[in-house]
Design a binder for this molecule. Structure first.
Ligand code: ADP
Ligand code: MG
Length: 500
């Protein structure tokens, strides 16, 4: 400890100033630089502990109005982790043992002060070790909280993945039939049908939101400029918010490019926007700002609303945590935002206090804009001729009959089957040409990808188009990537179907 420049801060609990002087001389002889204070009553000790920071307490054992063990208890109660050494005039062994058991660092006798410096050094070292252990434990606890969060999100993702398949089928049927009717019934009824189509679209957005938890959504990451996505989303946010909320968008000149699914940024903005609106029932200002920090792009969303207490802030990103009345909040908005930011290797922080508004700040790694050119996903185009024969394989009756109707209505020859086995049968029995296999990925029995492989064994020139609510089947993904097959995400519109 020699040569250390920061003086050691020692608090003496001692009634006799001469004894303090004695100890100080001993410490100086060892080269220890010391600042100190002396107290001899409980009140003075309490005050000293509250007012300053101490590295060490050196306490007498017995004093007229105080004792070493009492002082030790007080230091421990204060919650401060300060090494405590008792220096006694004359002791009995039993007191020494008692004190050490109670948590004193050491117990020395005034006549043998040569042990003091080593005892102090050990005490300080051990206190430092305890501090660093606490720091490690704290960061472990934080990690654990993050793990719990990500497990919750994964569970929701899995749940959503299960439901999304059926739900997307239903949406395809609803939207498809509504669109077909649009072409068949006279004008006056169109507005109602369009409402149905729009509702189905909102449903599809909702599934997409839920799927983004489990990273099961169709990934459409592209290189985009954050400010462009913000500008494109602005109208939607305006429509969501009341008129008494002023929306201010600012971009600093150099706001940059990121690789994301722009739909996800849109979702982030919508969720933050809706929350801001909820926080400003009497009106206020919503500011959205984009710009660069180092080699990252930032997106800042600020409102002048009610803000959050520290308790709410700490739980705000937790799935299903909401302070809103039932029917108003799901508690998923910020959890989804958090998931999206994580997925894109970004960070999100929040600054808020009651009545002082809230600022969310998102940082995403920037990429070079010229990567954009190479980022366009390849679009496989299996079949174009409208005299072609298509085999539609789909277990969901509604989707199958709709798909067949649309295709037949546009001149295709359509065969259909409700399972892979069925489809193979149909393919064998069909004497003419077969140009396209349009198959669901998830089928009872044989999967769509297995079916495609079997069909190719006898008819190698059949084009393959998979349709699915999520294309997380690895073999399907591989074929799509290799351009051996096309992919039609469900729910799809008649137009998307015909263009695929
Ligand atoms: P929900 O909006 O459905 O309650 P969120 O996950 O979007 O769920 O938000 C969780 C909670 O965080 C909200 O219920 C609210 O208490 C708090 N919160 C989120 N955004 C804001 C904001 N801009 N201002 C004040 N509180 C907010
Ligand atoms: Mg919300």
């Amino acid at each position: 400890m020699e040569g250390e420049r920061v003086p050691l801060r020692i608090l003496f609990v001692e009634d006799n100033p001469d004894d303090v002087e004695l100890v100080r001389l001993e410490l100086r002889r060892s080269g220890l630089d010391v600042v100190y204070a002396r107290v001899e009553t409980p009140e003075a000790l309490r005050e000293a502990l509250e007012e300053s920071r101490w590295d060490l307490v050196l306490s007498d054992f017995s004093m007229p109005r105080f004792s070493g063990p009492e002082a030790l208890a007080m230091v421990q109660e204060s919650g401060l982790d300060i090494p405590f050494i008792i220096i006694s005039g004359a002791i009995g062994e039993e007191f020494a043992v008692e004190s050490l058991k109670a948590g004193a660092e050491d117990f020395l006798v005034k006549s043998r002060l040569h042990r003091l410096v080593p005892a102090i050094e050990r005490g300080l070292r051990e206190a430092e070790e305890r501090r660093s252990r606490r720091r490690v434990e704290e960061s472990l606890r934080e990690n654990e909280q993050m793990l719990v969060q990500s497990q919750k999100m994964e569970a929701i993702g899995r749940l959503a993945g299960g439901v999304a398949h059926d739900f997307n089928n239903l949406l395809t049927v609803i939207r498809g039939h509504a669109e077909m009717l649009l072409g068949e019934i006279p004008e006056p009824g169109h507005e109602d049908l369009l409402e149905i189509v729009r509702a189905a679209e909102r449903g599809a957005t909702l599934t997409r939101q839920l799927l983004s938890f489990g990273r099961r959504q169709t990934e459409e990451a592209r290189v985009v400029r954050v400010r462009d996505v913000v500008d494109d989303t602005r109208r939607m946010i305006e429509r969501l918010l009341m008129e008494n909320i002023e929306i201010v968008v600012t971009h600093s000149a150099d706001s940059g490019w990121v690789r994301v699914d722009p739909g996800q940024i849109e979702q982030v903005l919508m969720n933050l926007g809706v929350n801001a609106g909820d926080a400003m029932p009497e009106g206020g200002r919503l500011e959205i700002e984009t710009g660069m920090v180092g080699d990252a792009v930032f997106l800042r969303v600020t409102d002048t609303g009610i803000g959050m207490t520290p308790e709410v802030r700490d739980r705000a990103f937790e799935p299903f945590f909401t302070t809103k009345v039932e029917g108003r909040g799901t508690g998923l908005g910020l959890a989804i935002v958090y998931g999206i930011v994580q997925q894109n290797h970004g960070e999100i922080t929040v600054e808020t206090s009651p009545e002082a508004g809230t600022t969310f700040r998102i940082v995403l790694p920037a990429v070079e804009p010229d990567e954009a050119a190479t980022e366009e996903p390849p679009t496989p185009r299996p079949v174009a001729s409208r005299t072609a024969t298509v085999l539609v394989v789909e277990d969901e009756h509604g989707v199958r009959s709709l798909t067949c109707r649309v295709l037949a209505g546009h001149g295709y020859t359509v065969l259909d089957a409700e399972s892979g086995i069925d489809a193979l049968q149909v393919a064998i029995q069909h004497a003419g040409a077969l140009d396209l296999l349009l198959t669901d990925v998830v089928l009872p029995g044989m999967s769509g990808s297995e079916l495609a492989r079997r069909i190719h064994e006898t008819r190698p020139h059949v084009a393959i188009l998979f349709m699915s609510g999520h294309h997380d089947d690895p073999s399907v993904r591989r074929r799509i990537m290799a351009q051996e097959a096309g992919f039609l995400p469900k729910p799809f519109t008649s137009r998307q179907l015909l263009e695929s």
